[in-house]
Design a protein around this ligand. Structure first.
Ligand code: NAX
Length: 332
């Protein structure tokens, strides 16, 4: 089998440190798929990246055929099949939201253009770097030769966090809980929704709301716990989520490449077609099914009550605002 080319940006950073291990081991593209890893970071990080390359070599992964560390976007994006865009400008103390957005627009505009020029046209792009949804939108805007469906933003960590909260509460294994939805933006306005989630308890499948029997919790503390989980990890670890973020990025890309089983759906930030009254043309997190052809479809026909509709609107409005702000600093 020919190796596939996989790009990881922010390759010298902390999420990449966990992500590269799993990707190189075969957790994402399968145990028989050889790979060539393209590692992009900024020039001042090349020394650190060299250390990461040494460690990847020392892992002696049989599937890893080539490692290309670089600070050059042309080298990084050439002929790639999949991209994990993890590197982004972090918010520094005293930095205005607008400045953060402007710095990221610059990065993702440049990377969008590089994708357009150098990547395979069927490349699958997962944006992890924050603000992930809007970064993915900008990236896609500057890569017009690549279908918009090939760009996604990561909300899988939020989905995994929500699933784990429910599994712990019901004292079941996480694999017994399915179809938890994250709607909207990967931010504190996201709406974790278990109205359509199912759980298997002693072999019987029930709706999560029926199993939990506490709508007050599901519409209150559950939502805020998931929304604020990232901040809770930072408060405890003094560093942001990395191992769990890398695992979620792997889950997202694996499901995109391999598909998800019948009756199951996962959440991904994808280009909105206005389903469920959401704003069109923003990267909004929806429940999606994925077939064996690497194509996702937004799950249709779910009943959305007034409570959900309101939450979905709040996060949609935030995405519209972010998009407007990002476009205002785009210049062209
Ligand atoms: P780190 O600061 O450890 O690493 C980021 C790396 O990106 C650094 O090595 C930096 O030099 C590099 N970088 C910056 N600009 C770059 C550019 N233009 N091209 C290539 N590399 C560049 O951050 P880490 O903890 O790894 O987090 C990375 C990003 O993920 C952050 O934006 C973070 O906010 C975001 N996250 C997103 C999550 C999600 O669910 N979507 C969850 C986890 C995480 O918070």
């Amino acid at each position: 089998m020919d190796p596939i080319r996989v790009l990881v940006t922010g390759a010298a950073g902390q999420i990449a440190y966990s992500l590269l291990y799993s990707v190189a081991k075969g957790d994402v593209f399968g145990p028989n798929q050889p790979l060539s890893l393209h590692l992009l970071d900024i020039a001042p990080m090349m020394g650190v990246l060299e250390g990461v390359v040494m460690e990847l070599n020392d892992c002696a992964f049989p599937l890893l055929r080539e490692i290309i560390p670089t600070a050059d976007e042309k080298v990084a994006f050439s002929d790639i099949d999949a991209a994990f865009l993890v590197g982004a400008m972090p918010r520094r103390e005293g930095m205005e939201r607008k400045d953060l957005l402007a710095a990221n627009v610059k990065i993702f505009k440049s990377q969008g253009k590089a994708l357009d020029q150098y990547a395979k046209k069927d490349v699958k792009v997962l944006v992890v770097g924050n603000p992930a949804n809007t970064n993915a939108f900008i990236c896609s805007k500057y890569a017009p030769s690549i279908p918009k469906e090939n760009f996604s933003a990561m909300t899988r960590l939020d989905q995994n966090r929500a699933t784990s909260q429910i599994a712990n509460l019901l004292k079941v294994n996480v694999s017994d809980v399915a179809n938890v939805i994250i709607w909207g933006n990967h931010s504190s306005t996201q709406y974790p929704d278990v109205s359509h989630a199912i759980v298997s308890i002693n072999g019987t499948v029930t709706g999560v709301p029926d199993a939990v029997k506490d709508d007050g919790y599901l519409q209150g503390e559950f939502i805020t716990t998931v929304q604020k989980r990232g901040a809770a990890v930072i408060a405890a670890r003094k560093l942001s989520s990395a191992m769990s973020a890398a695992k979620a990025a792997c889950d997202h890309m694996r499901d995109w490449f391999a598909g998800v089983s019948e009756g199951r759906f996962v959440s991904m930030g994808v280009i909105s077609d206005g389903s469920y009254g959401t704003p069109k043309d923003v990267i909004y997190s929806f429940p999606v099914t994925i077939g064996p052809n690497k194509k996702w479809n937004i799950v249709q026909g779910l009943q959305v009550n007034d409570f959900s509709q309101e939450k979905m609107k709040i996060t949609g409005d935030e995405l519209l605002q972010e998009k407007e702000e990002a476009l205002s600093v785009c210049q062209d």
